[in-house]
Design a protein around this ligand. Structure first.
Ligand SMILES: [Zn+2]
Ligand SMILES: [Zn+2]
Length: 367
């Protein structure tokens, strides 16, 4: 018998008061942003035995990630972060599931998945992306733990329900609106890559992991915002106030109905489930073509099925000139043969459907 006392792989943590390994095995955690912080958090939760992890990130591994991501190596440069990390996690917790979504947070993880997750972890490094995730979590009242790193410390924010104060409450109103740029472009537009090292990343990831495990185990976490400062050796819970004008506190009001298709179905298959005058909407815009500015040919039958754009899809079929695309969120504007996921609709998304008499209904896609 060795000094650790043998036992199974979780033997030591089972000895922690209040621990329940079965509860962790049944849990689903969504990790949004799988860079340095997200991969470190995901590593901790996989090693602890969390049963299902959904990892979402549109980016690929860059050489500058390698000094802060233990789970990827030189051979992963250029590959999807979400895929590379989820592959590594399967080795850390063979009984668990790790699913990768190479997409941004709106098109990668549906509102239904956020609603069902036991915890959502925000590991994002731009204000715009943090606000978008905060808003999505508020719509379905999901528990969000959001982390941010600084060169020598950082912060962890916990919001259990949409009623509680949030990151956006503390921002001036003008900073609360988010741009429509893709996630990566937004990061660069803000300030360029942030200064960071694995030491502060691992520190904040550990605080986030401890908070997530306590939430999953049903143990109290008394703070909403924790500031961690390495130079002074102090971690401080900070009181945060709810701003009544902050918009990110409104869950979807009505009961959510279902639609018996998944995001792999086509627009046509979705429309057969709706009344002819009901208007289903996506959460992000997709591309539709317009009339050609040179010859006037209108590409009625040639709407674009996918993003990113294919240059052939943008050429006029009559005169060959490029036609500037238009954008829409109305799914009736899309090609009937287009798949919903190709238009940016996430798995188990909850779509808003505009009713002919006014107002909206919420309808959730199947898994
Ligand atoms: Zn708020
Ligand atoms: Zn033309």
């Amino acid at each position: 018998m060795n000094a650790d006392g043998g036992g199974d792989r979780f033997d030591r943590q089972r000895r922690i008061s209040g621990w329940d390994q079965r509860r962790l095995e049944k849990a689903t955690v969504v990790v949004v942003g799988v860079g340095a912080l997200g991969s470190e958090v995901a590593k901790n939760l996989a090693l602890a035995g969390v049963g299902r992890l959904i990892l979402c990130d549109p980016d690929t591994v860059a050489p500058s990630n390698l000094s802060r991501m233990a789970l990827v190596g030189d051979g992963d440069v250029g590959r999807s972060k979400a895929e590379a990390v989820s592959r590594a996690l399967r080795g850390l917790h063979p009984g668990g599931r790790a699913e990768s979504r190479t997409a941004d947070l709106v098109t990668g993880v549906g509102l239904g998945e956020l609603a069902d997750a036991d915890v959502v972890l925000g590991c994002l490094d731009s204000r715009g992306a943090r606000l978008r995730l905060l808003g999505r979590c508020a719509l379905v009242d999901a528990t969000l733990i959001d982390g941010g790193t600084e060169p020598w410390g950082g912060e962890v924010r916990l919001r259990r329900t949409a009623d509680e104060p949030c990151y956006s409450c503390a921002l001036p109103a003008g900073d609360r609106s988010t741009g429509d740029q893709p996630w990566s472009c937004q990061d660069l537009a803000e300030a360029g890559p942030a200064a960071s090292s694995i030491a502060s990343t691992a520190l904040i990831a550990s605080w986030m992991s401890l908070a997530a495990l306590r939430v999953l185990l049903g143990l109290p976490v008394p703070y909403s915002l924790l500031r961690v400062d390495a130079p002074t050796g102090v971690s401080t819970p900070v009181a945060v106030r709810r701003d009544p004008d902050c918009p990110r506190h409104r869950p979807l009001g009505e009961p959510v109905g279902t639609l018996s298709v998944s995001c792999r179905a086509t627009v046509g298959e979705l429309l057969t489930l709706l009344e002819p005058d009901e208007e289903p909407l996506s959460w992000t815009e997709f591309v539709v073509t317009r009339a050609c500015p040179s010859c006037g040919h209108y590409a009625e039958k040639r709407r674009i099925n996918s993003t990113p754009l294919d240059i052939d899809d943008l050429s006029c079929h009559q005169c060959g000139c490029l036609v500037r695309p238009g954008y829409s969120q109305r799914l009736r504007m899309a090609d009937q043969d287009a798949r919903l996921d190709a238009l940016g609709i996430a798995p188990e998304e909850i779509l808003s459907v505009r009713r002919p008499e006014g107002g909206y209904a919420w309808r959730r896609l199947e898994r």
